[in-house]
Design a protein around this ligand. Structure first.
Ligand code: WT7
Length: 648
């Protein structure tokens, strides 16, 4: 996945029609640069419905702890619902929900407001108050968004835990966030089968020492589950019976909106904290500028799960705050057939599609005759997110899905940034397959060398963010030191993103992947350390090293090298069984997405004289490359031994 300079020169000018009607023109870059604080203040007053106007735009007197739109008061859920209904758009479809088995449900903005009000009344009855935390462990069903908005309405922060995470992962997130309530479902549909969720909640809460008082359970599949008396209640018995009227209160601009856990370079996930006014401002601005949203006519489809930040910003908050109609799909792209996504685009006449490169590469593998069977002519803009998009996948997306008429916005951002940071403005930029190009107006980034002082050379360097931005994380939950250490200590007063990047001759930015021990598997962030600690927690494993190895479909794949405690375990047929056991173990401990693609049992790991594992060498081997410089190894024969073992 490297780009030649010839590929860099290949550009796609915005279609004339698109540019002529685009929400944002080229002048916006200069306006924002001239005075970025006034620019954001103007965007915020224009896009957000403030109950009380703010005074100071940014308080940066105690960096890196920012306050945006100081003193302003708002309600984020009001911005997503009430204001559209009050403006006479209550009958506009908010959510077109498509269940995997083929069931569908439609919510207008007025109906969604009623559902969110009912859920807010129920949470109030359960004792949830502004400032509390609620854990949400749900599949991709409308109740996930309804629950998030009900929390926002009450000024309580939600902590959504991806439904694919294990009971252990759920438990540690519940404890860290001190959640009083968990909202879950009996299960969901995946690959035409009901999968279960509730047993993981039971397991997470089994020891009884969590702060959880109540569990609300949505009935999705109707499968048999245990309900604990005094703790568990059905959603339909509570929310279903609640009043659809709920008067909302307004909260400070910096009131916590959500905590979302993400993997870092150590084994312990970080609770990324986002607040209200700044987050909503930048999410809305990106809807306008990057997605060019026309709320009256667009049908937006972001295919991400609400368990990830993409689902927070571009399934729940962005589209609803923008007042556009959107599609929410529960299941996998190949159920019941490999044309399911394109069938959905055709059925709902989607105009904007936002997906991860890994999905595009999977569709490429399945063949272009599949999308060709459907009418995709409603699409007018395509988006990519989560990992670098290789030029070949970009071109396929452009030609096969976009019919060569849709601009592609390759959007770079992170859980921490809250909203898009680097992406071409679709009516302005001539796009290049594989490049995210430039920061959006109001954002200031740089690509620097190791010292942070100089611009990186043509081979690339590190991406940094120079100025605070409205949707920036406000910290790591309960861990201010880790917040400073992780992002702000490498270079003074500068945010270090952990990504490698380079600029081409035009100054456009190309991402080169993570520079730390964070892997990107199918656009999801995984930590090598977290998987290593799970492996060494297995009774037979003494030591483990995990690397992300290049993979044609998922971008990177998890590859683990394990040294066993007892070498007698490592002979013959038992080895295969053990490898399967270890893969399943990680799947159970962390979640199926973390399951290593390969586990290699080796006698020794390559280490430096000071005992540091040299993952770089293991990555070379995993990617089938000649092993790089081994001169700093304590024992230089280790890599030969590993190579021999893998061959055998
Ligand atoms: C990391 C953030 C952004 C929401 C989904 C992932 C990588 C993300 C791109 C892109 C190249 C990208 C980066 C980043 N990444 N988008 N368009 N091009 N790389 O959020 O789990 O917080 O991961 O994903 O490495 O640091 P996340």
């Amino acid at each position: 996945m490297t780009e030649s300079t010839a590929e860099q020169a290949e550009t796609f000018a915005p279609p004339e029609q698109f540019a002529a009607t685009a929400n944002v023109g080229a002048d916006e870059y200069e306006r924002a640069e001239a005075d970025y604080l006034s620019f954001w203040a103007e965007q915020s007053r224009d896009l957000v419905d403030w109950h009380e106007d703010f005074g100071e735009v940014l308080d940066w007197t105690n960096p890196p702890f920012a306050k945006w739109f100081v003193g302003g008061r708002l309600n984020v859920a009001y911005n997503c619902l009430d204001r559209h209904v009050l403006a006479g758009n209550g009958d506009r479809v908010a959510i077109n929900f498509e269940g995997e088995p083929g069931d569908s449900r439609i919510f207008t903005y007025a109906e969604l407001l009623a559902e969110v009000s009912k859920a807010a009344n129920t949470l109030t009855d359960l004792g949830v108050r502004a400032g509390d935390r609620v854990a949400i462990y749900l599949p991709m069903i409308p109740e996930a968004m309804i629950s998030m908005l009900a929390c926002a309405r009450l000024g309580a922060a939600h902590s959504v835990v991806f439904g694919g995470f294990s009971a252990d992962a759920l438990r540690s997130r519940i404890i860290d966030a001190e959640a009083r309530v968990v909202i879950t479902a009996d299960g969901s549909y995946r690959r035409a089968k009901p999968t279960s969720l509730k047993p993981a909640v039971d397991e997470a809460l089994s020891s009884g020492d969590t702060p959880v008082e109540h569990v609300l359970v949505v009935e999705r599949t109707g499968q048999d589950i245990d309900m604990t008396d005094g703790r568990d209640q059905w959603w339909h018995d509570t929310v279903g019976q609640a009043s659809p009227e709920h008067e909302c209160e307004f909260f400070d601009s910096e009131n916590p909106l959500f905590i979302l856990y993400t993997s870092g370079t150590t084994g312990r996930p970080k609770g990324i904290l986002h607040t209200s006014g700044g987050y909503l401002t930048q999410v809305l601005y990106s809807m306008k500028a990057v997605f060019d949203i026309k709320p009256e006519s667009d049908v937006f489809w972001c295919t991400a799960d609400v368990g990830w930040v993409t689902g927070h910003s571009y399934v729940t908050y962005g589209p609803l705050a923008a007042g556009v109609s959107q599609i929410v799909y529960e299941g996998t792209p190949d159920t019941p057939h490999q044309g399911r996504w394109w069938e959905i685009v055709e059925k709902y006449k989607a105009t904007i599609l936002y997906a991860a490169p890994t999905a595009i590469r999977t569709f490429m593998k399945w063949g272009e005759e599949i999308p060709a069977k459907y009418d995709l002519s409603s699409l007018r803009l395509l988006g990519s997110v989560g990992e670098p998009i290789n030029p070949e996948a970009w071109r396929w997306y452009h030609r096969v899905v976009g019919g060569e008429r849709c601009p592609i916005v390759d959007t770079w951002w992170q859980t921490e940034t809250g909203a898009h940071m680097i992406a071409p403005l679709p009516g302005v930029k001539s796009t290049k397959p594989g490049s995210s190009q430039a920061p959006i107006p109001g954002i200031s980034v740089d690509v620097v060398d190791d010292t942070g002082e100089n611009p990186a050379g043509p081979e690339g360097g590190l991406l940094v963010i120079r100025q605070p931005w409205p949707a920036m994380l406000r910290g790591i939950w309960k861990d201010p030191e880790r917040f400073k250490d992780t992002y702000w200590s490498r270079f003074p007063n500068t945010y270090f993103a952990g990504d490698g990047a380079r600029r081409d001759a035009d100054g456009d930015i190309w991402f080169l992947g993570r520079v730390d021990d964070v892997m990107n598997v199918s656009g999801h962030r995984l930590s090598t350390a977290e998987i290593e600690s799970s492996l060494v927690a297995h009774s037979k494993v003494a030591e483990a090293a995990v690397v992300g190895a290049a993979d044609e479909t998922s971008g990177q794949a998890v590859v683990a090298y394990c040294v066993l405690k007892d070498s007698r375990d490592d002979d013959g047929a038992d080895l295969d069984a053990l490898v399967q056991e270890l893969r399943a173990w990680v799947g159970k401990e962390i979640g199926p997405i973390a399951k290593p693609k390969h586990v290699f049992i080796v006698n020794e790991l390559p280490k430096t004289r000071s005992g540091k594992i040299m993952r770089r060498l293991l990555k070379d081997t995993a990617e089938g490359r000649e092993v790089g410089n081994t001169s700093t190894l304590a024992d230089t024969s280790v890599m030969d031994a590993i190579a021999r073992q893998l061959r055998d």
